[in-house]
Each structure stands twice: as structure tokens, then as C-alpha cells.
Write a protein that binds this ligand. Structure first.
Ligand code: GUN
Ligand code: ZN
Length: 434
């Protein structure tokens, strides 16, 4: 039959749609003693271990029981050049950007530094169980190139783009409307669709782009409808006021993006905390995605994302770390903080929904649910192994746990990278702890 074969045994869990309630058993599959056969980077067979096809019965396999095997986490909003910005002492978004972030990102103009950091970035993702991300680069084309090249060597499915920003930032961290367009265009030509890679059109946010650059980003979106668009929207009150002053003709912040053709079903809008009813309506009608970044929103004091209001308004949604405004690389910790943000607003965030979101839900948000975020046969073999007893505190709590939902809740509330005992990318183990 040919091809590289990997066989894995464990407690398999994956989702089919967003759980409608705690007891929505049709929304997921759990196989207590399951097997996965990976061939050429994809899942060739999945099922009960006792049904493993005869030609594989004598083969070596990795036995991950009693741990859960899930699709790898997907992080749809993270900043490649901010691994060393995390935990910078700041009051709020604009202070944090100006004091630390716009200084640090200048270092990524050096391609050798960017290449070194790209390795470390991918290592961090995998150690935390994240097998795919949509990442902002720095303004430098070379930063995106470095990350794409690194992901290619690892056969990771990854999306990134160079950030477009031509005002309100230090000279060394700005491009121009033309160069931002040209560099993004070249990245798309060279990388989009290569290996498992995609290029995203990445205007940083309206505050750091002139009208001319917003036009250029809109032109790219029209010329490349296959590309995701990533940006920030309605994160902080000071930011919103500044944007409204810069674009006085726009109805509101969301309308700034819409006017330039940047509000589409390919748009990943980071934060979306302070949206009006009109803005929520436009998000829903265009199919744009609101990306919830709880650790960032709490750390920077940006506000409380209202998931029920967003969802109730028919807006697509995702959850993400937003490293380095966010404080954890872990989607588990992100779900934990997301739970607290919802709880503060009198809402609930059931663990089944949370784990759907971090896997299939995020895959749907970035248009890749046919390939990742699932363990269905025929999809790409990106999955992780989670140990709900990884720490003493977790093991202690697990002694009284009886249901899958309880186990997932322990994982998200007490877990972090220590709970990720292995990560597989395209059927190959890339990260394992004892
Ligand atoms: N808005 C514009 N740039 C950024 C960024 O790097 N992080 C966050 N959290 N918000 C932003
Ligand atoms: Zn961000």
C-alpha cells in the first residue's frame, strides 16, 4: 500500500457540530477504546480498536490509553512576533502597543532573528497542543516568510501574513499602501496553497492604516477571495474613539472595514467587545467571524466579550489566545478564562461547547472544517493527547470525576501544556512527554 503509517490507540473524542445542550450526544463521538490509522498525513481509518483492519493487527502502535485523543487545537488569532511581549506590564491596549509591542516587533526585520523565533513559535504551539494557527506576522514580509518556511518543514497547516500598517506607529514598523499591497501579493503568489500553508490579508487595525492602505487591503481581498482576512475590531474604548475620529464618514468601527471591502465571510475580527446592534447585524449578514480572546481581554482590561449576544445575533465566532496581549499559549487556559468571562455576565459555557469551539468550531471559523478539527476518516491527521491527571491537583480532582463533561471541565479549568502529552502533525508525532 505504501506511504508512512502511524497507528494510535486511545480514547478518541471529536465533534460533529456545536453541542446544542449538555446532553446533545449526536454532536460528538467518543470511542473509549479507539484506533486511528494514519497514512500519508491523513486519517485512513478510525473506529473501535477491536475492529482494527486485519492488515494492521501486528503493526506497532502508540498506546495512549487512558488519555483522550482529540483533534489538535486551532488558534485563529495569535501574533508571531509577540512571544516576548507576553506579560508586559501595561494598563491598556494603546499603552501596551506603544510601550512594548511596537518596539519588540521591530526586531523581526532581521530575517535571521525571525527564522530563529519561527522555530520557537512552532515549538510553543505544539507543546500547548495547537496544531494550526492563524498568525499575524510583523510588518516585515520576511517575518511571514520565516514562519511559513518553518511550518512547511514541519508539514503544519498554518496561516499567516505580514501585517499592513502605514501610520500611527514608529517609522521602522510601517510600510506604505503600495509596499503593503506588493508584499502581500508576493506572499500569496509564493506561498498560498503551498504545502499546508495559506496567506492571510492582514491590515493590523484601522488605527494604523491610512485610507489608501485600507483601499489596498480591500483590493487584495477582492483579487484573492480565497484568502482569509485578519484584523482587530472594537477592543478598547480609546481605540474606538480614535478610529471614529480618523474615519468620520463611517457609521462606526465595523463600517470602516465594510466600506473598504474587508468585512466578508473570510474576515476574522479579533475581539468585537463593544459592538452596537447595528454592527452585530452587519457582522451576521456578511458572515464575518468574531474572535473571542479572553485572556487578552482580561489582561488588557479591554472588556467582557458577550458570546451569547454575538451568537444570538447570528454572528459566527471563534476563540483564540491573542498571544502576546493574551497571557497563555494554551487553548485549555483560554477556555478556562472564557468560562469566567461568560460567568461574570451571568452566562454559562459548557465544556462540551468549549472543546467543540477549540477544535471543530475554530476549524469552521477559518473555513477548514473539511480538513482539520475532526478525527473523521479522510481528514488530515493532526491530533493531540490530553492527560486529565497531568498534575497533582488534576489527579486529586479526577478521583471524583465520573463523566466525560466533568473530565473536560477539569482539563480546561486546571490544565495547560502539562496536560498535552503528545501532538501529532500530519500523522507524525512531533511532541511527547513521558
Ligand atoms: N490591536 C492592534 N494591534 C494589536 C495587537 O497586537 N494586539 C491586540 N490585542 N490588539 C491589537
Ligand atoms: Zn491580536
Amino acid at each position: 500500500q505504501g506511504g508512512t503509517i502511524t497507528i494510535v490507540r486511545g480514547r478518541l473524542l471529536w465533534f460533529h457540530h456545536e453541542p446544542l445542550g449538555a446532553d446533545d450526544e449526536a454532536s460528538f463521538t467518543l470511542i473509549e477504546d479507539g484506533g486511528l490509522v494514519c497514512r500519508n498525513g491523513c486519517i485512513a481509518w478510525v473506529g473501535d480498536w477491536s475492529d482494527l483492519p486485519a492488515d494492521h493487527r501486528d503493526a506497532d502502535y502508540a498506546d495512549h490509553r487512558p488519555h483522550l485523543v482529540l483533534p489538535g487545537f486551532i488558534d485563529p488569532h495569535i501574533h508571531f512576533p509577540q512571544g516576548q511581549v507576553v506579560a508586559s506590564y501595561a494598563g491598556s491596549l494603546l499603552e501596551w502597543l506603544n510601550t512594548y509591542t511596537f518596539i519588540e516587533e521591530q526586531r523581526y526585520g532581521d530575517p535571521r532573528f525571525a527564522a530563529t523565533m519561527a522555530k520557537r513559535f512552532c515549538d510553543m504551539l505544539l507543546a500547548h497542543g495547537t496544531t494550526t494557527c492563524v498568525a499575524f506576522g510583523s510588518v516585515h514580509k520576511g517575518s511571514a516568510t520565516a514562519l511559513l518556511a518553518e511550518a512547511a518543514t514541519r508539514n503544519m497547516r498554518l496561516v499567516t501574513g505580514k501585517v499592513m500598517m502605514d501610520r500611527n506607529a514608529p517609522e521602522a514598523l510601517t510600510d506604505t499602501a503600495q509596499s503593503g499591497y506588493d508584499d502581500t501579493k508576493a506572499l500569496i503568489a509564493d506561498w498560498h496553497g503551498e504545502a499546508r500553508l495559506e496567506v492571510a490579508i492582514s491590515p493590523r487595525f484601522a488605527l494604523t492604516s491610512t485610507d489608501a492602505q485600507m483601499e489596498a487591503a480591500g483590493a487584495l481581498a477582492r483579487e484573492h477571495p480565497e484568502c482569509l482576512i485578519q484584523t482587530h475590531l472594537s477592543e478598547n474604548h480609546g481605540e474606538i474613539e480614535a478610529v471614529e475620529a480618523l474615519f468620520p464618514d463611517a457609521a462606526d468601527y465595523t463600517d470602516v472595514y465594510e466600506r473598504f471591502g474587508l468585512l466578508t465571510d473570510k474576515s476574522l475580527m479579533g475581539h468585537c467587545i463593544h459592538l452596537s446592534a447595528r454592527e452585530i447585524g452587519r457582522m451576521a449578514e456578511t458572515g464575518a467571524v468574531a474572535v473571542f480572546c479572553p485572556t487578552s481581554n482580561l489582561f488588557l482590561g479591554s472588556g467582557l466579550f458577550d458570546l451569547d449576544r454575538i451568537k444570538g445575533g447570528g454572528v459566527r465566532h471563534a476563540i483564540a489566545t491573542d498571544i502576546g496581549g493574551g497571557t497563555s499559549w494554551s487553548l485549555l487556559k483560554t477556555l478556562d478564562e472564557g468560562y469566567k468571562v461568560l460567568n461574570l455576565q451571568g452566562h454559562r459555557y459548557h465544556p462540551m461547547r468549549a472543546f467543540w469551539q477549540a477544535t471543530l468550531g475554530n476549524a469552521e471559523a477559518i473555513g477548514m472544517a473539511d480538513r482539520i478539527g475532526t478525527l473523521d476518516a479522510g481528514t488530515e491527521a493532526d491530533f493531540i493527547v490530553l492527560d486529565a491527571r497531568a498534575t497533582e491537583a488534576m489527579a486529586l480532582r479526577m478521583e471524583t470525576v465520573e463523566t466525560l463533561a466533568e473530565e473536560l471541565f477539569v482539563l480546561q479549568t486546571l490544565g495547560d501544556d502539562r496536560a498535552v502529552t503528545a501532538a501529532y502533525v500530519a500523522g507524525r508525532i512531533t511532541h511527547a512527554t513521558a
